[in-house]
Design a binder for this molecule. Structure first.
Ligand SMILES: Cc1ncc(COP(=O)(O)O)c(C=O)c1O
Length: 396
């Protein structure tokens, strides 16, 4: 009865865990959550003020489908300033969140039977979106020793005559890895040589540490720029997840297709949120800097603590607000008589026995790992990680 494109999409495997965490909380249990996919900071006050002003001034109507001109201009400036990317205004579109723009880009480019290359571990929505477009995901494994980054060799080996798109995500959710310019150059060469597209999801661009700088693959040459759709947005850098504003830039014909699609689906992104986003992009980025340095401190604390627990191994992620830790050496051990054989078992038992909620790596395509988000206060992190330590120590 349901169209196969949608019927084949999988429900999130984390649903059972988050539903159980909710039940436990409702029972009054003090569950510590490491699952957050959004900053725990509030949207900066000056952004909220702009939204209020937009409402007062009556900016409450439909806007052009591809977004207001002022915001596109600000995004154009942003690409030039931060990424050394020069786009014309018709190469830029504003959408209702980066997530929807990724879907629209896939939907605009894919035909039935096309293949999309997705490095593993991946953000869980990519393969589901590919399925919804009637295309097929081709998963390419990466190595933790290479910080989970796709190599040009592995990419090359995965390309077939059906390959249409590579999805790149740097900084990466869930691993926190950040691609270096030299690595991106090699990947870009393969993309251009094979005449495929690249969807470059750069939503975590601002959340990088250790003095690392984010490089957009599109900025590496005119050739790769013509094959890349850069996706970015307000959610993570400006703590604006609920405002639903993302933006994309790419070849004019692709942006035009997305705009057409948008005009017949969402009509336009929220007018009020667009004015708020304009304020965020136009002022000096001090609040972003403050948030980033706080995240860096938390990351250091979390990585140290995770590595101090026997049986858990975690590399130092250079971006995002996630740690991706290997717990596979604990497989075969048991808690309360139940044996841990997977990341899902580990997550379920950790919640039952220690009231700590995490995201099992299996949802990102790697069952040996657990994702911990440090978008949580220090006191909560401390409490949760101490509980984790006691849980692991008590495993038999
Ligand atoms: C890798 C990645 N891309 C895109 C998004 C979606 O961002 P938005 O809130 O702009 O839709 C997320 C959100 O979790 C993400 O982790």
């Amino acid at each position: 009865m349901i169209a196969p494109r949608v019927d084949l999409m999988q429900e999130s495997q984390t649903l059972a865990i988050s539903a159980r965490a909710k039940v436990l909380r409702a029972e009054g249990k003090d569950v510590v959550g490491f699952g957050a996919g959004e900053p725990d900071f509030d949207t900066p006050a000056f952004i909220k003020e702009k939204a209020k002003e937009a409402i007062e001034k009556g900016f409450t109507k439909y806007t052009p489908a591809s977004g207001i001109k002022e915001l596109k201009e600000a995004v154009k400036e942003k690409f030039l300033r931060d990424n050394n990317l020069a786009y014309d205004i018709d190469q830029i579109i504003i959408g209702s969140g980066a997530k929807y723009l990724i879907f629209e880009a896939l939907f605009s480019l894919l035909e039935e039977g096309n293949e999309v290359i997705i490095p593993v571990p991946y953000w869980l929505s990519y393969p589901q979106m590919v399925t919804a477009c009637g295309a097929r995901s081709v998963f390419v494994n990466t190595a933790s020793e290479n910080n989970f980054k796709l190599t040009a060799e592995n990419l090359s080996a995965a390309i077939t005559s059906r390959t249409r798109i590579l999805i790149l995500n740097s900084p990466s959710n869930p691993t926190g890895s950040v691609y270096e310019e030299a690595e991106l150059k090699k990947i870009a060469k393969i993309i251009v040589e094979n005449d495929i597209f690249c969807i470059s999801d750069e939503i975590y661009e601002k959340l990088v540490y250790d003095g690392v700088s984010h490089v957009s693959v599109a900025s590496l040459s005119e050739e790769i720029k013509k094959k890349t759709i850069v996706i970015n947005g307000m959610s993570k850098a400006y703590a604006m997840t609920g405002w639903r504003i993302g933006y994309a830039a790419g070849p004019p014909e692709v942006i035009k297709a997305i705009s057409k699609l948008q005009s017949h689906t969402t009509s336009c992104p929220s007018s009020i949120s667009q004015y708020a986003a304009l304020a965020a992009l136009e002022v000096p980025q001090d609040e972003v800097g403050a948030m980033v340095s706080e995240f860096e401190k938390r990351r250091n604390y979390m990585v140290d603590k995770l590595n101090s627990i026997e049986g858990i191994k975690c590399g130092l992620p250079q971006g995002t607000f996630y740690c991706f830790a290997d717990i596979s050496s604990l497989f075969g051990k048991s808690a309360g008589g139940e044996i841990i054989n997977s990341s899902l078992d580990f997550s379920r038992l950790l919640l039952e026995h220690a009231l700590v909620a995490v995201v099992p790596g299996v949802v990102f395509g790697d069952d040996k790992f657990i994702r911990f988000s440090y978008a949580a206060s220090f006191s909560n992190m401390k409490k949760g990680l101490e509980r984790l330590e006691s849980f692991v120590r008590a495993l038999q």
